[in-house]
Design a binder for this molecule. Structure first.
Ligand SMILES: Cc1cc2nc3c(=O)[nH]c(=O)nc-3n(C[C@H](O)[C@H](O)[C@H](O)COP(=O)(O)OP(=O)(O)OC[C@H]3O[C@@H](n4cnc5c(N)ncnc54)[C@H](O)[C@@H]3O)c2cc1C
Length: 483
């Protein structure tokens, strides 16, 4: 398995196709990308930690070797438990573990390629190719990016009718050696610091749209790919009192533009079998929303901790007018437990697929993601309420040490006795980062949209409940005495 240093060295060696305002020669030397790289590096680091080996690594059924759990396809409920623990542990450190998207893409491709190959009419051989690729990923401990979301263009217009054909990644032409693809996938987490990109369709397509039904894996620096670093407003924080998310870690997404990119047949995992594109997207959505069930409890716990501390530091614990800090705290805390409960239910009701992979229960995985997307803005709002103005009214941190100005600015921190001004500063700076910074805003968007919109989650949950609804109606009729 790779060490964090080996991961960095591999990135530094890649051909420069990353563009910020100009070309980035080495992402490890870019201040902001380096913070994103730090996040993925933690996943490499933890896999070498003896205390975490049990859930950070797995034995590959393909090679018999010990591999990173992110590159292991779950085959049992026990595997799902360990995957859950890995993601949750990483999120406790990095907020968003980032490596899940690519790992979930591998997981979905494993099930998708197996499924399409069972179709005797189509006579495809994608699963064998995919297993070869998976072996390569495992042996080289690669953390691929997962590129599912197309640019999509005008949402009211179907893919084939888009004025810009590149709104969806599609096949341009085929040769006996492979396919050429063009199009845009964006925004892609780790896109600027991944060695490989796994591309999957993000939706179902009709027969006349079969050129959009394409899945493949490609080195991220392949000819014809440009990776644009997004959210330039998000800068690395450098203050002594800056929160670890911002100072050490950042979320960085990339827009990936494919222009006539050659993909050899061995790395093509769907090409024109439009009937199965939706299944690939569904597999990804389910496993990725399960990942949310694992990371988001850590995020809500962080919010709860910050909320509890700020009440302590400001002397706002207990009852006040119509409210009680306990009630506010409860409204944040409950979410971690509810989402964790959904994750556990998704494991309990997980089903083995014919491919040998186990699929978390879609309804509970979607419910966990749905709760996190719906509740995160509310939890942020409660935290803002509990914190008062200080997170957005901090004086410059250098002044705290200044002989002349230090005593003056420290007056604003003279709150609960015994709490040093520096600790007040740090806690309020953490809350500012989460609730009032550019990076915090991105994380809020990520919690809402990452892995799909709330509407598609609702639709999935509703569809999963349709059978039960008939039983519900029968029960209501019985109780009402309707024949
Ligand atoms: C921080 C972050 C990280 C991400 N990382 C990744 C990644 O690594 N890989 C990846 O593939 N994707 C990634 N995504 C993309 C994410 O999956 C998408 O944002 C999500 O699927 C929603 O798609 P969209 O943003 O295009 O929103 P849209 O689909 O445009 O939805 C926006 C709104 O419009 C509504 N809407 C959609 N279509 C219609 C319609 N036809 N008519 C009326 N209303 C409509 C929706 O209900 C929603 O309210 C990331 C997103 C974020 C924010």
């Amino acid at each position: 398995m790779k060490t964090p240093e080996e991961y960095r060295a591999a990135l530094s060696k890649m051909k420069p196709n990353i563009v910020k305002d100009k070309v980035v020669r080495d992402p490890c030397k870019d201040k902001e990308l380096d913070k994103g790289i730090n996040v993925v590096a933690v996943s490499y680091e933890y896999a070498h930690d003896q205390k975490m080996k049990e859930f950070m690594t797995a034995k590959s059924p393909l090679t018999g070797k010990t591999i990173h759990r992110y590159n292991h396809i779950p085959r049992s409920k026990e595997d799902l438990e360990k995957r859950y623990e890995m993601i949750n542990t990483l999120a406790q450190e990095t907020f968003c573990a980032q490596r899940c998207v690519g790992s979930d893409a591998l997981y979905a491709l494993f099930m998708g390629t197996y499924l399409v190959d069972q179709d005797k009419v189509l006579n495809t051989n994608y699963h064998r190719h995919f297993l070869e690729y998976l072996k390569y990923v495992q042996e080289n401990d690669i953390a691929p990016a997962g590129a599912i979301t197309d640019a999509k263009g005008d949402r009211s217009v179907s893919p084939a009718e888009q004025p810009e054909r590149d709104s969806y990644v599609h096949v341009v032409r085929k040769t006996d050696k492979g396919v050429y693809v063009s199009g845009v996938k964006s925004p892609i987490t780790t896109g600027a610091y991944a060695e490989e990109i796994c591309v999957l369709p993000g939706r179902q397509f009709a027969a006349h749209e079969k050129d959009f039904a394409i899945a493949f894996a490609i080195p991220a620096d392949a000819e014809g790919i440009t990776r644009f670093v997004l959210s330039p407003e998000i800068k690395a924080l450098e203050g002594e009192f800056s929160a670890c998310h911002g100072k050490k870690y950042l979320n960085k997404e990339a827009m990936i533009v494919f222009e006539d990119v050659f993909v050899p047949w061995g790395r093509v995992f769907l090409c024109g079998e439009y009937q199965y594109a939706g299944r690939y997207a569904d597999f990804f959505a389910t496993v990725h929303r399960f990942s949310y069930c694992a990371c988001k409890p850590a995020v809500f716990n962080l919010l709860s901790g910050a909320a509890a501390l700020i009440s302590e530091y400001n002397g706002t614990e207990g009852k006040y007018l119509f409210s009680d800090s306990k009630g506010k705290l409860f409204d944040i805390m409950k979410n971690a437990d509810m989402i964790q409960g959904m994750g556990q239910a998704a494991i309990k009701f997980a089903k083995e697929t014919e491919s040998g992979a186990v699929l978390p229960d879609p309804k509970y995985a979607n419910l966990g993601k749905f709760i996190s997307g719906e509740q995160f803005p509310k939890a942020i709002s409660i935290l803002q309420d509990m914190a008062g103005n200080l997170p957005v009214s901090l004086p410059h941190e250098n002044l705290l040490k200044d002989k002349e100005y230090g005593p003056k600015v420290k007056k604003v921190f003279a709150r609960k006795e015994g709490i040093p001004p520096e600790d007040h500063y740090r806690l309020n700076e953490l809350i500012r980062t989460i609730a009032a910074s550019d990076e915090g805003g991105l994380l809020q968007f990520g919690t809402r949209h990452g892995g799909g919109t709330i509407e598609v989650e609702k639709a999935t949950i509703y569809t999963q409940n349709l059978k039960k609804l008939q039983e519900c109606k029968k029960m209501a009729k019985r109780q009402a005495g309707i024949e």
